[in-house]
Ligand binder design. Structure first.
Ligand SMILES: Nc1ncnc2c1ncn2[C@@H]1O[C@H](COP(=O)(O)OP(=O)(O)OP(=O)(O)O)[C@@H](O)[C@H]1O
Ligand SMILES: [Mg+2]
Length: 399
């Protein structure tokens, strides 16, 4: 079995330093989970046939299946089916599988004595769950392996573990060893694939985290790859574009601006913001009128709606407007829109937008929370709901 140089560093550390807690943090697709699984299996094998308990933790049972169990099945060449206690048997030991994303997840691990744990995507787990699992690993020689993508540098996984890299236990055993991975560490990825990932990852935080694996705060303007010299087109230029599908995004607002945007996907897969309707102090009747007018002109298209006002969504449906609850995942949605700008696949018909022109430069990250500042986001939220929800099925397929 071949390993990347970074993975070999990790194996060397485990052999020579025997850390109790091993952290593998960094870029996506860098080879963190792969080496984590190998080392965890090797760890369990050391206790072969002893009937001990081990833990695998991940955000959800589905993500554990996808990220860990499938690969383990391949390596072990055996089916790993959970029994009714949510456990699997490996090398004569029991491995319990816990989903750890919620505030009360830690209770599942309560009262356990474990000889080891593998925690997948550490930042997706609840902090109390991570801490409970670590404290359950009290069996002699127990090891905890945590893999994760980077997040805000203030995240507990960073502050409580990675920043304590090198910490020793009173016994003289190394407590914590942390490794950093970049995308380029994974020499087994197809160079063309790496090139395309680099080209399509938005500038700023997304590149710093997803490509280089750094724990950076989000800062400044959110859509850094928007370029007004490239991404605005005139109404006249737009006449040449062949749109094959229209869809709309809706962000409810009253004191804040409410907005409806009409988007189009062209025959070359480029996406266009075709119309913006944004206003304050509009009643739902006004939005119904605008949506009906859009339906009149573009046909019975999908309206991907903010779910914050379900009664408005219901009203739209009663008016025979095809209102669909939008997927509002903030960071993933922003990444999707930002990636379209980065790859020059999202354009804005400048004659038909007004508020967009302000928001695109004023929509910024809150450095402390790592979330967008909830201002200057009304049209941009409608755009995000439309794009993220419309393209979700395709995205699921390519994964
Ligand atoms: N030593 C290796 N030999 C062959 N393939 C490898 C090796 N290491 C990693 N890979 C493959 O590279 C891909 C990415 O690896 P892995 O899933 O471990 O990345 P990751 O760092 O966990 O990424 P993510 O953050 O996206 O979960 C996988 O398809 C994995 O099977
Ligand atoms: Mg992984």
């Amino acid at each position: 079995m071949e390993l990347t140089p970074r993975q070999i560093d990790v194996v060397d550390s485990v052999r020579k330093e025997d850390p109790k807690i091993l952290l593998l943090s960094g870029a996506k697709r860098a080879g963190k989970t792969y080496i984590g699984i190998l080392l965890y299996l090797a760890h369990i094998a050391q206790y072969e046939g002893q009937g001990l308990s081990f833990i695998i933790g991940g955000a959800t049972h589905a993500s554990i299946r996808r990220n860990i169990l499938n690969d383990m099945e391949e390596i072990l060449d055996k089916d790993l089916k959970l029994d009714k206690t949510n456990a699997i048997e490996i090398f004569g030991n029991k491995i319990y599988v816990f989903d750890g994303a919620n505030a009360d997840s830690w209770k599942k691990a309560r009262g356990f004595t474990s000889a080891g744990a593998f925690l997948n995507e550490g930042t997706a787990l609840h902090d109390t769950f991570v801490k409970e699992v670590i404290s359950r690993c009290s069996y002699k020689g127990a090891r905890i392996i945590i893999d994760t993508n980077p997040e805000n540098p203030a995240h507990s996984v960073k502050k409580d573990y990675i920043d304590k890299n090198g910490q020793m236990l009173k016994s003289g055993r190394l407590n914590i060893r942390a490794f950093h991975f970049s995308l380029f560490d994974n020499i087994f990825l197809d160079p063309e694939y790496v090139e395309s990932i680099v080209a399509s990852t938005p500038t700023g935080m997304f590149t710093d985290r997803d490509i280089y694996g750094h724990w950076v705060a989000a800062e400044g303007v959110i859509y850094k790859d928007f370029n007004q010299n490239k991404h605005y087109i005139s109404g006249e230029e737009f006449q040449e574009v062949n749109i094959v599908k229209h869809f709309a995004g809706v962000d409810w607002g009253y004191e804040h601006y409410g907005s409806i945007v009409v988007m189009g996907k062209a025959d070359d897969d480029k996406v266009y913001l075709i119309e913006e309707h944004a206003a304050q102090h509009q009643e739902i009747d006004d939005w119904v009128r605008i949506a009906k007018d859009i339906k009149e002109r573009y046909g019975n298209i999908n309206f991907y709606c903010d779910t914050a006002r379900p009664e408005h969504v219901v009203r739209f449906r009663r008016e025979r407007i095809r209102a669909i609850n939008a997927d509002k995942a903030v960071i993933s949605g922003i990444e999707e829109v930002a990636s379209l700008f980065k790859t020059d696949r999202l354009f804005v018909v400048s004659d038909n937008v007004e508020r967009f022109k302000e928001e695109i430069f004023l929509y910024v990250w809150n450095e402390n929370t790592g979330e967008p500042v909830k201002k200057w986001d009304d049209v941009l939220d409608a755009v995000r709901y439309a794009i993220y929800t419309e393209f979700k099925p395709a995205r699921r397929k390519t994964r």
